[in-house]
Write a protein that binds this ligand. Structure first.
Ligand code: C2E
Ligand code: C2E
Length: 91
């Protein structure tokens, strides 16, 4: 079964995202920028996205949602929460 459920809170750390190499993180960075533009929300250090968006991103990256989640944690864009949900790293 997947670790990604409807109640999973996906909060991207935009500062970490901005410091990643573009060849790997480019599609995610463009996706996040598009959401910021649609919301007119440019000032945050973090960006909450829809669970559905993680599924779309997994298709873009040709991974399962769980594999992509693991990759995002490796990149420092997501941090695993104590209760199994996912939070941005505040540090
Ligand atoms: P929309 O999907 O028609 O949503 C219209 C408005 O409903 C949003 O305006 C927002 O105020 C509210 N809304 C919808 N879903 C949620 C939610 O899960 N949480 C909260 N807090 N509010 C919600 P907003 O933010 O100005 O976004 C405008 C449009 O930009 C949205 O129209 C949607 O088409 C797109 N968008 C914004 N954020 C996302 C996102 O994270 N993922 C995707 N796929 N599209 C997004
Ligand atoms: P979700 O769809 O997985 O969205 C997770 C979080 O992404 C939302 O948490 C919100 O912080 C952000 N988000 C998603 N879409 C938008 C958007 O269009 N605009 C903005 N400004 N932020 C967005 P939140 O608000 O606590 O909502 C939790 C869950 O409640 C959402 O999970 C969704 O399942 C549901 N929800 C909230 N508002 C709406 C809505 O207007 N329409 C629908 N269909 N579901 C909503």
């Amino acid at each position: 079964s997947s670790a990604i459920t409807k109640s999973t809170k996906i909060v991207l750390n935009l500062e970490s995202l901005g410091s990643l190499p573009a060849d790997e993180a480019g599609p995610l960075a463009r996706y996040a920028s598009t959401i910021q533009a649609q919301r007119h929300d440019y000032n945050g250090k973090v960006l909450s996205i829809r669970t559905e968006d993680l599924k779309s991103l997994a298709i873009i990256y040709d991974m399962s949602p769980d594999e992509l989640t693991t990759r995002l944690i490796e990149w420092g864009v997501l941090s695993p929460g104590a209760d199994g949900s996912i939070y941005a790293d505040e540090d």
